[in-house]
Design a protein around this ligand. Structure first.
Ligand code: PDD
Length: 287
């Protein structure tokens, strides 16, 4: 039997059901979901699932794509079209389709809605429950692995949007000890009053930016003193200069942090010198 999926108002065979490559669920994990049990032809605990869905959407400022009643129709229809009497129905709502940008798209962009349903073998499930199951333990590192350049960027998007709302370009994440880790999509740097360049070591807690790696070489070539160590927000606010780096921003001077001017409130000389010198140290592959 052909499996049918609901995608943005249409019921389609799974093979042709698709969302855009610009969908924020795909790009940023900027999406929420629910899975409901279907038992004897009925959706189980739909109210609680829809309550949680609404809460998740509200927390992320994604609008409810349709009324609860309309969503229930889609959940039921998708389940019946797939002839699922026992199994589960899956609902995913993303912030929708927009050109890749961490900040939220215009609120007029409609959320993406996908619903699928799949049957399961009740007897088999019961037999498995008779046997029980094994578990293993592991550190709860959801999601500490920011050293991996994964698309699990929802926290980064929320931070970037908060920065935008505050009239800023970037948000710096701060760890539990008050040290700056990195920006939502950039690495963070300061220049101390005595001219030393400080950036957090890349072993843990940040993404090892390529721009960062190359810039360390550039700084060395320019005869600048570099300290790879963590710095606090207070130290950054009191610094002579601050800047951020990424393949998109290159070296971008930071002129204020939480509304307080850095240095004289203008782009710093060191940051601008590093920006000018940057491409001399880069690898260049012709198109
Ligand atoms: N971001 N830290 C984070 C969390 C980043 O997302 C990025 C890059 C960097 C800097 O890495 P690099 O110097 O290799 O660009 C640091 C890209 C540009 C983005 O998400 O758009």
């Amino acid at each position: 039997m052909t499996r049918i999926a609901y995608v943005n108002g249409r019921y389609l065979p799974h093979e042709s059901a698709a969302v855009s490559i610009d969908d924020r669920g795909f790009l940023f994990a900027d999406a929420v979901y629910e899975v409901c049990e279907i038992r004897d032809g009925e959706i189980v605990d739909a109210t609680l699932h829809l309550d949680r869905l609404e809460r998740s959407l509200r927390e992320l400022a994604i609008r409810m794509p349709m009324s609860r009643a309309a969503l229930m129709v889609v959940l039921r229809r998708t389940s019946t079209r797939n002839r699922v009497k026992n199994g589960s129905v899956y609902l995913q709502v993303s912030r929708g389709q927009a050109h890749r940008d961490h900040v939220f798209p215009d609120p007029s962009v409609p959320p993406t809605v996908v619903v699928t349903a799949k049957p399961h073998d009740r007897a088999k499930a019961e037999a498995a429950a008779e046997k029980g199951c094994a578990v293993i333990t592991m550190p709860d590192n959801r999601w500490e692995r920011v050293d991996i350049k994964s698309v699990g960027l929802l926290p980064n998007c929320l931070a970037k949007e908060a920065a935008k709302q505050a009239g800023a370009k970037e948000a710096w994440f701060v760890d539990a000890e008050g040290f700056v880790t990195e920006g939502a999509s950039t690495n963070a740097w300061i220049v101390t009053r005595d001219g030393r360049i400080v950036t957090r070591p890349a072993e843990f807690g940040i993404l090892r930016g390529v721009t960062r790696t190359v810039l360390l070489k550039v700084a060395e070539r320019l005869g600048l003193v570099v300290e790879e160590r963590a710095f606090t927000v207070d130290e950054a606010k009191a610094a002579k200069e601050a800047f951020i780096t990424a393949a998109t921003t290159l070296v971008m001077p930071v002129v204020s942090i939480d509304g307080a001017s850095v240095g004289n409130g203008h782009p710093g000389e060191t940051a601008l010198a590093l920006r000018r010198a940057f491409h001399a140290a880069t690898e260049r592959t012709p198109l």
